[in-house]
Design a binder for this molecule. Structure first.
Ligand code: NAD
Length: 286
């Protein structure tokens, strides 16, 4: 009998209601995982969980509502998972905002280093960086072996932090987003080394997507012909000539979540169609 690559692994995903988080939840379910697809948008998370059927043991909005900024939410959800399954095997810290998300927050104004408000700077970091910090902290307590004081049944685990190509280069029009993602990149390595030193058997890695077509882009793309034009413009700046798909990112999350990556920790994985591989100002070919 074929067991999936995540057979029986208990997996918590944040920001799973749409985009890369949703694609990851769907792929994990196909690979035999027990999936907790949480989100701030609890109704959408619930719809997804019902759609995934037996892979999702709990489909109530109360259980799947996880605002990553909120320490108490994390405590409630991780405790519920441990109460039910006795362990947490995988955490995917995926939830994030850009600062241009009209339906989640009041308008945050410009995001460049000269005009961004302190309030919006803090709001973006609260979700992207504080949320990841909290997730790692709760995952460490849930994943560390019982011998180290963790819950009965724990057997190590894998934390996958979704950073961004923007965590590796400056983004003049989205400075807080870029800074928060650079923080995620660095914190991943601190967590990886800490967990290794403690002998927890917990791995922690970051993924750096670029130009992946998800709902996150919509406020920046416009609609109709302008939208098509904007996508063509972005694609022309990608060496592979197109934007990526959520499922392409989910495939790397799957690898890092599974035991196939058992010797990988503190590492970063770029998935951006080649954007970061080169520079615009290259000398002309002769
Ligand atoms: N799409 C890209 O091109 C791209 C590029 C680089 C990095 N990323 C990263 O990939 C991840 C997923 O992005 P996406 O493109 O799928 O975005 P998306 O906006 O489509 O989905 C993000 C999800 O996070 C949720 N969310 C927002 N704030 C939250 C909070 N406080 N608590 C819980 N959930 C919250 C939203 O409700 C949404 O469902 C993010 O970390 C993003 O920064 C995306």
């Amino acid at each position: 009998m074929h067991h999936g690559r995540l057979h029986d692994k208990v997996c918590l995903i944040t920001g799973a209601a749409r985009g890369i988080g949703e694609a990851t939840a769907r792929l994990f379910a196909r690979e035999g995982a027990v999936v907790w697809p949480t989100d701030l948008r609890a109704d959408s998370a619930t719809r997804l969980a019902r759609d995934l059927g037996p892979a999702c043991p709990d489909t109530s909005p109360e259980s799947l509502r996880l605002d990553v900024r909120d320490d108490a939410h994390w405590g409630r959800v991780v405790d519920a998972i441990i109460a039910r399954h006795g362990r947490l095997d995988v955490l995917v810290n995926n939830a994030a905002i850009t600062g241009f998300d009209p339906d989640l927050h009041p308008p945050m104004g410009p995001q460049d280093p000269e005009h961004a408000s302190l309030e919006s700077w803090r709001a973006v970091h609260a979700t992207n960086l504080d949320g990841t910090f909290l997730g790692c902290r709760h995952a460490l307590r849930a994943m560390k072996p019982h011998a180290k004081g963790g819950p009965i049944g724990a057997r190590g685990g894998s934390i996958v932090n979704i950073s961004s190509r923007s965590g590796q280069v400056g983004i003049p029009g989205a400075a807080a987003y870029a800074s928060s993602k650079a923080g995620v990149r660095n914190h991943t390595k601190s967590v990886a080394l800490y967990a290794a030193r403690q002998g927890y058997g917990v791995r922690c890695n970051s993924i750096h997507p670029g130009a992946v077509l998800t709902p996150m882009w919509e406020p920046m793309l416009g609609s109709g012909a302008a939208r098509e034009e904007a996508i063509r413009g972005i694609s022309s700046g990608v060496p592979l000539g197109r934007m990526g798909t959520p499922n392409e990112v989910a495939q790397i999350v799957l690898f890092l979540a599974s035991d196939e990556s058992s010797y990988v920790t503190g590492a970063e994985f770029v998935i951006d169609g080649g954007i970061l591989a080169g520079a615009e100002a290259e000398p002309p070919e002769r």
